[in-house]
Design a binder for this molecule. Structure first.
Ligand code: C5P
Length: 301
């Protein structure tokens, strides 16, 4: 195998309900993920050692051992060594083409890690199944398993325990992305400060029912994100903008831990809504559709 190319999707959370922190510091979640048709590409080629390069968005991101794709490569090596499925020294160059906004609450780093696991499994002919890759991915980041499966899914635990959902419609999102990202741990810390007595997360049963049986309006009415208020405390301009978009009659939710603002709409209205929002807000505004595929191989030769 000389080259494997994999694409992996961005996500939004239609609901992200958060509970008080567990003993390991992670927060129990009840969430609904949707994969969007914005993809990062990861191309892997044989090399004596592991290395990463990045083109597109995020060219200034680190490419050392802190890079999540690099960590994915190392985790896969360790896993195969421990299982003695592949004794030889393996390396690869991992080339990431980024389109998912960086530190935007859309799981771009997790997509790169998921794509790297799938691509290296193929390049190194390890023969690991998707379930095994999901287990390795869960140790790298809470959103990595979802990036491997894509579609629409209910997530519990820290977001890594997934069950597929079967929506009865396609959805469109108009995404307002900004250059300055938000730190996920900082937003969770702010949540803790605002909710010192938080118990179990609220549940998402009504939203899940609406996604499988209701209308797009029913779904829009049930969008919810418990990280929205903490993120808005850290960056008040986000709350002001969400308020303006809501006042104009649209359904809005912060994406993940932000700062991306996601406006939910029916696919046939998305382009017109994006044009309206572009006139009012000085941001990069993208239209994305979901649910889309999870990480998938596009070329292997
Ligand atoms: O799992 P991931 O690496 O994406 O998480 C980044 C950080 O976000 C964690 O280190 C933790 O501070 C916070 N987090 C959390 N509870 C979760 C997911 C993430 O507290 N369920």
């Amino acid at each position: 195998m000389q080259r494997v190319l994999v694409s992996a999707p961005a996500k939004v959370n239609l609901a992200l309900r958060v509970g008080g922190p567990r003993p390991d510091g992670f927060h129990p979640l009840d969430t609904v993920f949707e994969a969007l048709d914005i993809f990062d590409d990861v191309e892997v080629t044989p090399a004596p050692a592991l290395s990463v390069s990045i083109t597109g968005l995020g060219e200034d991101l680190p490419t050392d051992d802190t890079n999540l794709a690099m960590r994915a490569g190392r985790a896969l090596l360790e896993y195969t060594r421990a299982a003695s499925t592949h004794p030889a020294e393996l390396g690869a160059h991992i080339r990431i083409t980024k389109r998912i906004p960086v530190a935007g609450g859309m799981a771009g780093g997790s997509a790169d890690a998921a794509a790297t696991l799938l691509a290296l499994n193929e390049l190194w002919e390890l023969g690991l199944g998707r379930e095994e890759l999901m287990r390795i991915g869960a140790d790298l980041g809470s959103d990595v398993p979802f990036a491997l499966v894509g579609g629409l899914a209910h997530g519990v635990g820290r977001g890594e325990e997934l069950a597929p959902l079967h929506p009865n419609a396609m959805h469109a999102w108009v995404l307002l992305t900004r250059e300055r990202g938000l730190s996920t741990p900082a937003v969770f810390r702010q949540f803790d400060a605002m909710h010192p007595d938080a118990g179990a997360p609220a549940d998402t049963a009504a939203l899940r029912r609406a996604l499988e049986q209701g209308s797009v309006d029913d779904v829009g009415a049930l969008l919810a994100n418990d990280l929205q208020a903490p993120a808005c405390q850290l960056r008040p301009e986000i709350g002001a903008e969400i308020g303006l978009i809501e006042e104009a009659g649209h359904r809005v939710v912060l994406s993940g831990s932000g700062p991306t603002i996601a406006v939910f709409t029916a696919p046939e209205q998305a382009e017109e809504l994006a044009a309206q929002l572009r006139a009012d807000f000085p941001y990069d505004i993208h239209v994305a559709y979901g649910p889309s595929a999870g990480a998938h191989i596009r070329a292997a030769e």
